[in-house]
Design a protein around this ligand. Sequence first.
Ligand code: NAP
Length: 458
Amino acid sequence: MATSTTPAVKVLEPATEQILAEVPQAQIEDVEEAIARAKGAFPTWRAMAPSDRAGLLRRFAEAIEDRAEDLAKIEARNVGKPIADARGEMGMVVHAFHYFAGAPERLFGRTIPVAGGVDMTFREPLGVVGLITPWNFPLMLATWKVAPALAAGNTVVLKPAELTPLTALEVERIGLDAGLPVGVFNVVVGPGRTIGERLVEHPDVAKIAFTGSTEVGKRVGQLAAQSIKRVTLELGGKSANVIFADADLEQAALSAPSAVFGNAGQDCCARSRILVERPALDRFMEVFEKAVSALRVGDPLDEQTQMGPLISAGQRSTVASYLEDGAPIAFRGASPEGPGYWFAPTVLCPVSNDDRVAREEVFGPVAAVIPFDDEADAIRLANDTIYGLSGSIWTRDGGRALRVARAIDTGTLSINSNTSVRVNTPFGGFKQSGLGRELGPHALEYYTELKNVYMSTG
Ligand code: NAP
């Protein structure tokens, strides 16, 4: 808990550039205390009957659901995301807690045939887990870590991004009110450079689950390696939306805007490279342009809004720099005047896959359309990136859809759809997009150690 002498973190509202809230900034001693609380709570939490731990997680889920509308409004204002999207994220938060509440009673081991006795495997919790999360989907991404970590019997210390700490702090309070024992779920708000790194280096933290940029992920991995700390990393992306000429072009083009401009493009799964087979390019661009110009960009709290502002002035300058490299601007959508970090959705075409805008994660509403010649060319281009997080394939040829899906080096792919994430299916990156998996049954492997026990029956 921050002391009264510590500085405050000023939390901004990107649509108005006004201060939304001030929260105390944690100091190193506050992180030490949070880790000590988590360490103190671990033995009891781990030893709790699985059905009791499951029951507490369900109560936590219900308490969050009761407050979902408030939480959605806070998230919409703090991130600048449309309220409808924020509501969807809260639904996923509640779903994730319910889903992982099923885990304490289903953390199965195996028996393995051996000579002279019985061999058993157990999945043991790790201890105190440090969670570090970004600002683009603040509570949702935190929940993907908190829910499986707690379900597996760990206790956690969460460091949300300083730009967007409000929902995490709110949910810490909701958890205590719902009956989570003190120390099981702790939140510290402070800069990654100091507070985050202390969490990564601390000897009492058994694992770090990090979501953020590939650059910071590398630093987290290096620091964690000093103590062979367990690490999962959910990092950046530069995903391809591959559209073959035989696809339902209307559907592919109409759904392309949300796949790249959703969350104002500040989405690790953004399909920011749109690969289109040459014969379909003109028709695709025609429908895509209509869909982009119809996008409603504006006040995040307006029920009709589909895209809000960027998170900060700095992010807006970074995104703008990608328009200065010479790739032709095909068309742009609307963006409001006045205060707010607005940036019009922008489509560049034709782009070469060697251009900076096709190689780097823009993290803003800029789409690069890259024409391709045939199936082999599409696979080559889709794989010509350091990233491998998400992607889509649009075609009516089922055999080709599966051939291409297997050939693209990426963690999550959709065929004739742009969806990436489901609570009950694994999510994570190939290559420099990350290490490990979140969500689905696989997430639990990353919050437990495998123990083998042999008992002689001789
Ligand atoms: P970021 O700058 O890497 O920050 C992420 C978190 O790490 C923040 O809480 C940050 O704290 C903290 N941090 C910064 N430096 C640190 C350090 N040296 N040691 C420990 N922690 C440190 O990323 P961001 O700008 O918030 O988020 C955007 C990035 O996240 C994009 O690259 C995006 O692709 C990626 N992302 C990936 C996924 C996925 O699931 N693969 C999902 C969403 C976002 P402060 O900011 O408070 O200082």
